[in-house]
Design a protein around this ligand. Structure first.
Ligand code: NAD
Length: 328
């Protein structure tokens, strides 16, 4: 069996080689994404696997069908780039990788929250000036705090378990109430969460109900001592309003793993000219932590992301039921 993997990033290669050696399935990797120009490369392969946000052109579905390929496997959570009517028309089963390691993102969110709570950015600033004093930087301990989770799904649920294990009180807002999370959190409404939480941690998708959810009105409802953690998508937080809220001391700090306009420098060496002004302003604040959409980037997550996608390609090629079929 031969599989062609599109849009392969350098950090994935090690895990692809490991999977290939373990399964005996030949995998060819290309850096280019799957589109009208590159679909022809799939001729002669049994299956394909890709990751991208750009929509697939209609000709891609048609050509894959002509080449005898039976699936569209996105090794990522999102599948908005796929037209399900065309996939059905050309007999292509769609699969994704819904949760490669929720713990990876949950642990990163917790790490950043602890750094903020312990005011490490301010200490770093003082240490740079050989200032060894601690006055003004008294911190607290995590079990004294209330953590508010916005979106308690895979990642939010894992986050609730981590904070709960540390003794914090955990509250959450989510239209879906999951009984399995009852030992770790209490559901509430958004306004109550904003008023009560010392740490507000976002784990929802970006959709109509969450776009710009954190804006100047939202920040005004939060505690002045609260920290905002966004491990989800940049578009959920209004960056200009966040800067104003931090400058006006309406909240105490923030950790952002994603930025609304990060697409142009995602996993790239950027130049100063490419970086938006609001990003530079936030980056310069001692109470703001920014990471490059790297919360997912652990060995476990990478291994799972590669293996869960490829295992499903093999299942479909062998006429078996894949584990992560997406229906729409
Ligand atoms: P999930 O689908 O398991 O959970 C999302 C939860 O959000 C669901 O329970 C849903 O009901 C809830 N939700 C939707 N709209 C809401 C709203 N308006 N208010 C409150 N809750 C709402 O998804 P997941 O696997 O936990 O991932 C969550 C998000 O994390 C993803 O959509 C993605 O944006 C982000 N993510 C980030 C990284 C990273 O590296 N930073 C990696 C993977 C995923």
């Amino acid at each position: 069996m031969k599989i062609l993997m599109y849009a392969v990033l350098e950090p994935e290669k090690k895990y692809i080689q490991e999977w290939s050696a373990k399964t005996g399935v030949e995998v060819k990797c290309v850096a280019e994404r799957l589109d009208a120009n590159t679909v022809e490369w799939a001729k002669g392969f049994d299956g394909i696997d890709f990751q991208q946000t750009q929509p697939l052109e209609p000709v891609v579905y048609q050509k894959l069908h002509e080449y005898g390929i039976k699936q569209l496997t996105a090794r990522m959570v999102g599948y908005d780039m796929i037209d399900f009517d065309l996939a059905k028309k050309y007999d292509l089963t769609v699969t994704n990788v819904p949760a490669y390691s929720p713990r990876a993102i949950a642990e990163m969110g917790l790490t950043q929250a602890l750094r903020l709570v312990r005011k490490l950015g301010y200490y770093d600033q003082r240490m740079d000036k050989l200032d060894f004093r601690w006055a003004g930087l008294e911190s607290t301990e995590i079990y004294n705090l209330t953590v508010g989770i916005i979106g308690a799904g895979h990642i939010g649920g894992a986050t609730a378990q981590l904070y709960s294990a540390l003794g914090a009180k955990v509250i959450a807002v989510d239209p879906i109430h999951r009984v399995e999370l009852n030992p770790y959190l209490e559901y509430t409404d958004l306004d109550t969460l904003l008023q009560m939480a010392d740490i507000v941690t976002i784990h929802t998708p970006l959709n109509e109900s969450t776009a710009n959810l954190f804006n100047s009105a939202t920040f005004k409802k939060m505690k002045k001592t609260a920290y905002l953690i966004n491990m989800a998508r940049g578009g959920i937080v209004n960056a200009a309003d966040l800067i104003a809220a931090l400058q006006n001391q309406e909240i105490a700090g923030a950790a952002l793993d994603t930025l609304a306009d990060e697409g142009q420098f995602f996993e790239k060496q950027a130049t100063p000219e490419e970086i938006p002004e609001d990003y530079k302003t936030l980056r310069a604040m001692p109470n703001v932590l920014i990471s490059p959409h790297s919360a997912f980037y652990t060995d476990t997550a990478m291994k799972n992301m590669v293996a869960m996608g490829l295992d499903d390609v093999v299942a479909i090629v062998n006429g078996k039921r894949p584990q992560f079929e997406v229906y729409k």
